[in-house]
Ligand binder design. Sequence first.
Ligand SMILES: *Cc1c(COP(=O)(O)O)cnc(C)c1O
Length: 464
Amino acid sequence: MDYVSTRGAAPRLDFRGVTLAGLASDGGLYVPAAWPHFSRDEIAALNGLSYVETAVRVMRPFVGDALGEEELRSLCTLAYGRFAHRAVTPLVQLDAQHWLLELFHGPTLAFKDVALQLLGLLFERFLQDSDAHLTVIGATSGDTGSAAIDALAGRAKVDIFMLHPHGRVSDVQRRQMTTVKAPNVHNIAVEGNFDDAQALVKAMFADRDFAGRFTLSAVNSINWARLMAQIVYYFYAAVRLGAPDRPVAFSVPTGNFGDVFAGYAAAQMGLPVARLIVATNVNDILHRALSSGDYSAGEVTPTAAPSMDIQVSSNFERLLFDLDPAAVPGQMTAFAQDRAMHLTDAQRHGASTLFGSARIDPDGMAMAMRWACEGSGQVLDPHTAIGLAAACSAGLPADVPVVTLATAHPAKFRDAVERATGIRPSLPSRVGSLFERDERYDVLPAALGPVTAYIAERATPARA
Ligand SMILES: *Cc1c(COP(=O)(O)O)cnc(C)c1O
């Protein structure tokens, strides 16, 4: 399988190449040159398979020759063996129409573990027979950072520098990152918001001098391997609810558009998806883009669902490219200049056939939390509650099962959960003595100079 950049000016790469590169050299994102297709029979044959076996079948075409099937299976077995639930991503029923797909049984309590546990192993595998040393640079609104650090801590030939917005992640999220002692882990608290941190990461990748001295890679969802790993659970859930005979809808709490783009990929591969509901909080750029074609960034409003407090949604570019590739370079130039651009008719029409969207305010979120608690005893985190509120407002026919992706464990955001429901969820034992360990991080201004200097001082140059 070959991968091409959404901006059309970077070399085609194979799976190993895109995994190690992260971002394309022309500033675009890598996407498969063509979607692999699964027939109805191939989808039906997934029924009853374990999570690992489903993962191998779904990911095999994307991996191509970069790994043998047995190798892929053994990496998946290792990655998903670290999950605390035997089903890895279990479905929980809420009422006659609604289900939760619990994606938070990994080591750091959010769905990011599903992809990052595998990505950490892929990095190690692909670096094994090379003399390259990888410098991973990422920005996090909280969950990517903890999941990436857990996945990469102590791994050979990799350093990780994680930027988080200072004071804007939950205490659990921050401690999951800053209490990790491995010497290859570096935490930077940026004096700004998530978009500032993400912009710094993009600028470092675009800085030829800096990028030339190190072998940079990304763990944000701009890295294709992450999205690939997330396609798996759409298949896993849908076949359990009747696919390929019955179409299934998904509601996805959305920030950077990575998770929901994985759902779009599943649909392109042949999975019968009735609807993909893009659930946003009051930071609603995606809701506006999908409902009116206006993709314009406003100011970020901090909310109880910080992983969705985003105005620039990187992976949306992948969708725009899939729907109207020629328009993308111009649109991205316009967006870089004006922080605003318009979807083409082809993009608007193409998106509307599959996507719905909803903007959920804090009251809607709290109501969904209480509804789940009262009706089925389920305690939801704020992100999942936004997804459920959007699912309930989508007006889908009663015979279409609607799966809300439960993206974080409620204990990860226990203050917000307690405010809405009066219940304070306790941390599962697998996170250990998080509040007794020492923290280690540095605070830097949201400016390129100081951040690159900090990293350059500590990272290993490209060839040792
Ligand atoms: C990252 C995250 C999201 C948003 O996912 P995207 O792939 O960025 O759209 C939603 N909920 C939680 C809990 C997250 O950690």
